[in-house]
Design a protein around this ligand. Sequence first.
Ligand code: AMP
Ligand code: TRP
Length: 340
Amino acid sequence: MTSEYRSKKGRIFSGVQPTGNLHLGNYLGAIRNWVRLQEDYQCLYCVVDLHAITVFQNPGELLQNTREVTASLIAAGVDPENSVLFNQSQVAAHAELAWVFCCISRLGWLNRMTQFKEKAGKNRENASVGLYAYPNLMAADILVYKATHVPVGEDQKQHLELTRDIAQKFNSDYGTDFFPLTEPLIYGGATRVMSLRDGTRKMSKSEPSDASRINMIDDADLIAKKIRKAKTDPLPLPDTVDGLKDRPEADNLITIFASLADLSREDTCARFGGQPFSAFKADLVDLAVDRLTPIADEMRRLLADPGTIDKVLKDGAEKARALSAPILNDVYDIVGLLRS
Ligand code: AMP
Ligand code: TRP
């Protein structure tokens, strides 16, 4: 890579699954930080299609979702000229290193992963082996580039701790300091955006009710409708953050407002304290429409030309292969795998 990359502070890797539209939680918890980090770090951003198939995906929908997620990342400000933007399956080194990590990682570690427990539900015996081994592939995504920092939402913290455990065990088993201990970057005030229908549940692509989330592709009318219908409680808004205790829906809406406006939660409470939800929601609609609809418009424009999106991913994959190949080679050497 060029000297411009070497002058940056470190290397960032992050990923998002192409399992549906991106929503406000993805945006505020992760993507917005990805965009801002591009200035200071060499960034690799990956649409993790191999992670998506740990749960069955309709092939046509998977293709379409891969393009849509790529378009929303670009529309949100990920710059494919400055960052490496690609989809995971085009860079075989991820899956190859994941196998090595399947041999490093321990059953006991994976058994503790809460995301597996949530996704597998009661019928654990029927979950795919891929869903269980998912965190090993995630560790490979990151470490195949020796990434130093990983910006994600709160829900990925445990997977990043596992990534460090894998790096540490690899280093100690083979008597090396080859892999860095990656630092999570979880910040920005809205690291866990909750459902609009239930303030105790995470906003998620997999939630059946579309009214529970604001999708990045939603138009102004739909955003307004969802915010107006968002669950609240009967009290006026509190004027301090302490007053949000035990009021999960108020807490979530205040957090969303603060984050979209780049304000603190304290200042947001001070501004709306004593007001009814109806007045606050009207301001939240204006703010959300103002911040999100330009991204949706740009996304629609990009999606009209899928060839260009595919080209971005192809070029990104080429750069990613060039960065990962020497690292994977070194791993094979360290492990003692003969390369002739
Ligand atoms: P996923 O859609 O699960 O691939 O997540 C992509 C990124 O968005 C990850 O960094 C997640 O931690 C983040 N994320 C997903 N849902 C939320 C949420 N409700 N609040 C904050 N961050 C989230
Ligand atoms: N597991 C992450 C999620 O569901 C997506 C992901 C895959 C990821 N590989 C990654 C995130 C590597 C950060 C780094 O959100």
